[in-house]
Design a protein around this ligand. Structure first.
Ligand code: PGA
Length: 252
């Protein structure tokens, strides 16, 4: 089986460079585990330099977003070339915390195109705010996927994309509040069906789908197996090197 993916989404943490350094040192102790996976660290931009240098032996650098334009002059923007100069291999796109600030499917679609052009793997986040008995959340997810993946060149682009299913109701909580094994399994099948309707069956089969939303050492092993996921996108638990190592081991 192909190596599973593990993405550490540090969000806006930790609060200082020294703490970032400590997390990397803690992770480095388990370098051999991370090398058995495709491990990525997505730190805040000011920590790109130390992460790219000190974690290069066991993890790739990822960005938490990508700018909508490939070139031009934009105060405050970080263009893909800058990300690439640090060795960025993957970009989280359409995270629910960005969508909550107003990011639209259209902008997500544009960012995916920019990432592909830059040779950076787009990790496209989708997920419903809440569940309802009627199953409206499935319709929501279908539309979000279709809108986010709009305008891509069929199979060619499909092979470059990774999806992260991150139900918003499960983010930033505890393991017991995360999506359970049945829910994750069902959503992976559903997402593949939608992707197949856009790109065809074989592209959908190959597209990696990760799960994110309160993955912790307590639920990682259960979610890692037999759900169809090909890895995890981990937020708060990625800041604790020992716990994160347990999550990594669950994927091996
Ligand atoms: P969490 O965050 O693991 O803290 O729930 C995941 C994410 O938002 O990517």
């Amino acid at each position: 089986m192909a190596r599973q993916m593990l993405v550490a989404n540090w969000k806006d943490h930790p609060a200082s460079l020294d703490e970032a350094d400590l997390i990397i040192k803690g992770m480095a102790k388990h370098a051999s585990t991370y090398k058995k996976l495709h491990t990525f660290i997505a730190p805040p931009l000011p920590y790109f330099d130390i992460v790219s240098k000190k974690a290069q032996n066991f993890a790739n650098l990822a960005s938490q977003d990508i700018f909508e334009s490939y070139e031009g002059t934009y105060t405050g923007a970080v263009l893909p070339d800058i990300l690439k100069s640090f060795g960025t291999k993957l970009a989280i796109i359409g995270h629910s915390e960005m969508r909550a600030l107003g990011e639209t499917d259209k902008s997500v679609a544009q960012k995916i195109r920019v990432a592909i052009k830059a040779g950076i793997v787009p990790l496209v986040c989708v997920g419903e705010t809440a569940r309802d008995e009627k199953g409206d959340y499935l319709e929501f997810l279908k539309n979000e996927l279709r809108g986010s993946l709009a305008g891509l060149r069929r199979k060619d682009d499909a092979s470059k994309i990774v999806i992260a299913y991150e139900p918003i109701w499960a983010i930033g909580k505890k393991a017991k509040d995360a999506a359970n094994k049945e829910e994750v399994t069902e959503m992976v099948i559903f997402i593949r069906k939608v992707v197949a309707s856009i790109f065809g069956r074989s592209a959908a089969e190959k597209m990696p789908i990760l799960y994110g939303g309160s993955v912790e050492p307590e639920n990682a092993a259960v979610l890692a197996k037999e759900t169809g996921i090909r890895g995890f996108l981990v937020g708060h638990a990625s800041l604790d090197p020992e716990g994160f190592n347990e999550i990594a081991n669950a994927l091996i």
